[in-house]
Ligand binder design. Structure first.
Ligand SMILES: [Fe+2]
Ligand SMILES: [Fe+2]
Length: 288
């Protein structure tokens, strides 16, 4: 390991980006946030970025240009099939590691920070109330030696419906990875903690998208279909856009997490802070 590496890495990890509102808030504010918070790396789950379901190459490029360094996905990974070439050719985006071996995409993603620190992410799918997939525990156990050849900072996205699946994975991997962070439910949980002596954990990062909604979708069509059973188009909502996730501080030498803090940035506060529409300085929590 080089001696000039930083002692600590500041990493922002964002939950499921939903539709144009989710993409737009990142395009508009992530560059300023990255600079203001002195972030070394940004990781995001982009499974809902294209119209609420899937990811396209052009949206992938927009998010990358905005400052997302590493991408995970989830059960909507192949909804836009044009993403398949990106999944095959890019190192910074991965499929769930417990998907079938023949499914397109890499089993883990990795990058180097500007200071030369290697970081890897692994995506795993839960099995409760979800499509049957291979055992995520055996899949990650098999994968870890290969990942550790590249990086000792490893962030795991456990994309699952059940909180029990996520806690089980957190305890299974404590001491072995830097973080186990849940996605898929789009609702941020308030249980952030350090498991063991250095694995950051939260059950769900929450959603980066419109909160005046049902998990990102406009309320009325979802309600109508729920009551009548008649199909409707579930359009992406547009109001109360927020950026949701956690901020991690990770020890570069050991790969262990020093801290985890929940963040939820409201678009209206970001607008005041970075567009200077308020006389008083707007402080976002944690402070940026
Ligand atoms: Fe999602
Ligand atoms: Fe999902």
């Amino acid at each position: 390991m080089q001696n000039n590496l930083p002692k600590c890495l500041k990493v922002l990890i964002l939950g499921d980006i939903v539709g144009t509102p989710g993409v737009n808030i990142l395009q508009t504010y992530l560059p300023a946030i990255k600079k203001s918070m002195c972030l070394d790396l940004v990781v995001a789950n982009a499974e809902n970025a294209a119209g609420g379901s899937g990811l396209t190459p052009s949206i992938f490029k927009k998010l990358k240009a905005a400052g997302v360094d590493l991408f995970t996905l989830g059960d909507h990974i192949y909804k836009k099939q044009e993403i398949i070439n990106t999944l095959i050719s890019e190192n910074c985006i991965c499929k769930p590691a417990n998907y079938p071996p023949s499914s397109p995409g890499r089993s883990f993603a990795f990058t180097n920070t500007i200071d030369g620190v290697s970081v890897a992410v692994i995506s795993l799918m839960g099995r409760t109330f979800m499509r049957p997939v291979d055992c995520p525990f055996l899949a990650v156990e098999k994968l870890m030696p290969e990942v550790n050849k590249i990086a000792n900072i490893v962030i795991v996205d456990i994309h699952a419906e059940a909180t029990s699946d996520k806690y089980l994975m957190g305890h299974f991997l404590k001491g072995k990875v830097s973080a186990v962070l849940g996605t898929h439910t789009h609702v941020q949980t308030a249980d952030e903690q350090i498991l063991g002596d250095g694995t950051a954990f939260i059950c769900d990062l929450g959603m980066t998208g419109p909160y005046d909604s049902v998990l990102g979708r406009s309320v009325d069509p979802v309600t109508a279909t729920t009551i009548s059973f008649l199909p409707n188009q579930f359009t992406v909502a547009s109001s109360d856009v927020r950026m949701s996730g956690v901020l991690l501080e990770v020890n570069v030498a050991t790969g262990k997490a020093n801290s985890i803090s929940r963040i939820q940035f409201f678009e209206k506060d970001l607008c005041k802070k970075f567009n200077g529409t308020e006389e008083k300085e707007v402080v976002l929590q944690p402070s940026i």
